[in-house]
Design a binder for this molecule. Structure first.
Ligand SMILES: *Cc1c(COP(=O)(O)O)cnc(C)c1O
Ligand code: SF4
Length: 441
């Protein structure tokens, strides 16, 4: 296999250190940022969380290609992520050394206009036990529960498009997280329809292996939880910090934990987040993939389709081809969600389905396991299957991949074609219907 694309590059250190808005001068030295670029990052970074590390800076970003470099846009806040008006207001405060309280006030104001909790996450998905909400769980689809361990609520670096951005900006009311392992086990034990536990965050891979074990071992050993047969761990560590699986002091313990999970007869899926083929090209990423696969875990992949980062069919075809070659299973292509700097990243649904179709047509059938483009919307995960003309009307053909009501899954439905629509709530039912079938009752 080739893949030695970056062997001319400096070796990065293997001890993790987060670099944030207070390290911009240090970052500028690594990456040759101008004074003006630093200032822009400082201004936009007041609103959108910013964090990176040595591996991302030295092995993923191609500094000769900034500002167009996709990984640069993935981790560094960009000027156009704010409206001109908001940018100018924040610039005035930052340049004028305004008191922190004034900056925070403006930050709150801007953030609150950016739909910090999309798709009813807060109100609709949190399960209750004796009518108290259970902190740290989200249960939307019958067979799968999401678990947000409290120590896993950050990431090795932050994506500028992240729909969890509100969690990272220190606003406590917006956080979803958990410390109470017993309450969670009780909920799992009582819900026998569950088969899947998806550990997510943030990124649970920022946790020490011992902390992760404290959550998972009791679940693995509890015979009242035998119905939980699939464990998934959602992570972007394979792209932002592959050393987590190779060089971190507890990387070997982590591999043993993966083996322990599989030893109980369960399946373990690492739900890996990759936005661009570059993230798969480093030696470290490839070693980490190999180590994880050696434990018997399966790696499935997902990414949103993002303007300025991966908005071309050839990028996706390369991404999926390389994944299949490395033994990964392409799983989801998502539509960028209706939150944060969506105006910067979003693409019309019509464009999304065009890119999906053009890329999926280029790849082996083994890579066509990928589903999408899908919207994680309030009623469920909705895939745009295509655009057709039916009975003289131009329509989007849609279907539920997941639904709040499981009987919706797989059911096709139709919306009037709308070339500007970027989300489900922009769509109107086709064929003169007054509502979609899932809105009835
Ligand atoms: C996507 C998602 C899942 C998992 O759905 P699968 O189709 O099983 O991959 C579970 N819960 C929520 C809230 C989700 O968004
Ligand atoms: S790794 Fe995932 S959770 Fe973390 S910032 Fe990126 S998209 Fe958000």
């Amino acid at each position: 296999m080739d893949g030695q694309i970056f062997d001319e590059r400096p070796q990065t250190r293997t001890k993790y250190k987060a670099l944030g808005i207070h390290h911009l001068n240090q970052i500028a030295d690594i990456g040759c940022l101008s004074k003006e670029q630093i200032q822009t990052i400082r201004i936009v970074g007041q609103v959108f969380p910013f964090r990176t590390n040595d591996y991302v800076l030295k092995e993923l970003i191609d500094w000769e290609k900034i500002p167009d470099d996709p990984i640069f846009r993935l981790v560094f806040p960009q000027r156009d992520m704010l409206t001109e008006e908001d940018f100018m207001s924040m610039a005035r405060l930052v340049k004028g050394d305004a008191p922190q309280s004034e900056i925070e006030c403006l930050r709150h104001d801007i953030q609150s206009r950016l739909n910090p909790h999309p798709a009813g996450q807060r109100e609709l998905n949190i399960p209750t036990e004796e009518s108290l909400p259970i902190d740290g769980l989200q249960h939307k689809y019958r067979e799968t529960v999401l678990f947000f361990p409290s120590r896993g609520q950050t990431c090795h670096a932050y994506c500028t498009f992240c729909f969890r951005w509100a969690q990272f900006t220190g606003n406590k009311e917006l956080k979803i997280a958990s410390k109470d392992a017993d309450t969670i086990r009780m909920y799992l034990a009582r819900n026998k329809q569950l088969t899947d536990l998806l550990v997510t965050g943030g990124d649970p891979m920022v946790m020490k292996t011992r902390a992760l074990e404290r959550y998972l071992h009791p679940i693995l050993q509890d015979s009242s939880l035998d119905h939980i047969v699939n464990i998934r761990i959602g992570t972007k560590a394979l792209s932002f910090w592959p050393h987590r699986f190779i060089h971190d002091t507890d990387a070997d313990d982590l591999m043993r934990l993966f083996e322990d999970i599989i030893q109980t007869g369960r399946s373990l899926a690492i739900m890996a987040h990759f936005n661009h083929p570059r993230e798969l090209a480093t030696d470290s990423a490839r070693q980490a993939i190999q180590r994880i696969r050696n434990t018997g875990a399966v790696i499935r992949t997902q990414s949103p389709l993002l303007n300025h980062i991966n908005n071309h069919e050839d990028i996706w075809a390369a991404l999926w081809n390389q994944q299949v070659q490395l033994g990964l299973i392409p799983y989801y292509m998502f539509v960028e969600r209706d939150t944060g700097a969506r105006h910067y990243f979003e693409l019309p649904l019509a464009k999304c389905v065009e890119i999906y179709q053009k890329s999926v047509r280029q790849v082996s059938g083994l890579a066509r396991t990928v589903r999408g483009p899908s919207m994680s919307a309030t009623p469920g995960k909705v895939e745009i299957s295509g655009i057709e003309t039916v009975a003289n009307e131009r329509v989007f053909v849609l279907r539920f991949l997941q639904g709040r009501d499981p009987s919706w899954v797989g059911r096709p439905f139709f919306a009037k074609y709308n070339p500007q629509a970027t989300w489900l709530d922009h769509l109107k039912p086709a064929f003169g219907q007054s509502s979609f079938f899932f809105e009835e009752g």
